[in-house]
Design a protein around this ligand. Structure first.
Ligand SMILES: C=C1C[C@]23C[C@@]1(O)CC[C@H]2[C@@]12CC[C@H](O)[C@@](C)(C(=O)O1)[C@H]2[C@@H]3C(=O)O
Ligand SMILES: O=C(O)CCC(=O)C(=O)O
Ligand SMILES: [Fe+2]
Length: 345
């Protein structure tokens, strides 16, 4: 069954108004396949974002990964610094990418393949073999979850070969990566009386006196992102009708984001979801773990013919993931990179 959690809705540019109620679509993977596949397609079309329950990733695997990451972030700055700077992999703090983007966070960014993990593990733990095996177990779990979701999408789109998308990321040369973000606590200075009178607690605009931008707005370039966070809020998504909405955290479940490459693979039928992290009043730090499911560098991203009916033309020209990634890294976080691959009509 698909249910929805009510959340306040805030429109960009006029964040002070509480205007409607919104629910993040929730997909139950234990549901009948045909129901789940139809619901996932709808969620991808309407929001490019949803939550999955009964996802099949063991709680123990998630908890162990969280412990390894929390243990790393709790170390002295001088020690963590030895695992950085992130270029793009390694430990990073405040700087995101290479083009001047900044955020109030520290993070680990890793390639999601066992060989690269085993080479880097010594930078992240005094017990590198445990760090590698815990991370590999977590990544196997979320990779399998991503494949399950991509197969359901193919079924929901009535594509005969249901592995058409999943094989792109299960390929042994897949360029998927793994990121753990750690946002320090943020305590806003006392709200003034006027705010109290206006009942303005839901103002989510990144106002430096009330909130801090942890991770600026962007879309993820890959196919799918699988996010798990602790119970500290901060994630917001941007809806098609122009609202930034807060996503209530849920440490037991996963959130799924449609990335730019999935937008291209579906000829724009799905759109990648813009999102950001804004820290608002918490004594506790937020920790989030993201698996970015990507194809191999030399894989072609091109919508299969089954996506289009006869009269629909191709919105994007085919591109290799590696070429797209080069453009991604030459641009800023908030830029719309797919525009560079649009067909001109
Ligand atoms: C500013 C940047 C950081 C980023 C690469 C980029 O040039 C633009 C996209 C950014 C992003 C967002 C999603 C993921 O967190 C990420 C790893 C990715 O693939 O694209 C980051 C990149 C990064 O931090 O290296
Ligand atoms: O930390 C989060 O909750 C989201 C971070 C994010 O969007 C990213 O790392 O790409
Ligand atoms: Fe993201």
């Amino acid at each position: 069954m698909v249910v929805a959690t009510p959340t306040p809705l805030l429109r960009r540019g006029n964040n002070k108004k509480k205007t409607a109620a919104f629910g993040v679509p929730i997909i139950d993977l234990s549901d009948d396949k045909s129901i789940a596949s139809e619901m996932i397609v709808k969620a991808c079309e309407d929001y490019g974002f949803f939550k999955v329950v009964n996802h099949g990733v063991p709680k123990k695997v998630i908890a162990r990964m969280e412990r390894e990451a929390a243990d790393f972030f709790s170390r002295p700055v001088s020690e963590k610094g030895r695992a950085g700077p992130a270029a793009p992999f390694g430990y990073g703090s405040k700087n995101i990418g290479f083009n001047g983007d900044k955020g109030d966070l520290e993070y680990i960014l890793l390639e999601a393949n066992p060989l690269s993990l085993s080479q880097r593990a010594k930078n992240f733990s005094n017990d590198p073999s445990t760090f590698s095996s815990v991370t590999n177990d977590y990544l196997s779990g979320v990779r399998k979850l991503s494949c399950d979701i991509l197969e359901l999408v193919a079924e929901g789109l009535w594509i005969e070969d249901n592995s058409i998308f999943s094989k792109l990321i299960s390929n042994s040369h897949s360029d998927s990566c793994f990121r753990v973000n750690h946002y320090p606590p943020f305590i806003a200075p006392n709200n003034d009386d006027e705010d109290e009178l206006n009942n303005n607690h839901l103002d989510l605009s990144p106002n430096p006196s009330k909130s801090k931008v942890g991770f600026g707005e962007h879309t993820d370039p890959q196919i799918l992102t699988i996010l798990r966070s602790n119970d500290v809020s901060g994630l917001q998504i941007y809806t098609h009708d122009g609202f930034w909405i807060p996503v209530p955290p849920d440490p037991n479940e996963f959130f799924v984001f449609v990335g730019d490459s999935f937008q291209a693979l579906t000829n724009g039928r799905f759109t990648s979801v813009r999102h950001r992290v804004v820290s608002i009043n918490s004594w506790k730090s937020r920790m989030s773990m993201m698996y970015f499911a990507a194809p191999a560098l030399d894989a072609w991203i091109s919508a299969p013919p089954q996506i289009n009916n006869i009269i629909t033309s191709n919105v994007y020209r085919p591109f290799k993931w590696g070429d797209f990634k080069q453009i991604v890294y030459s641009l800023r976080l908030a830029d719309s990179r797919l525009d560079y691959f649009k067909n001109h009509t």
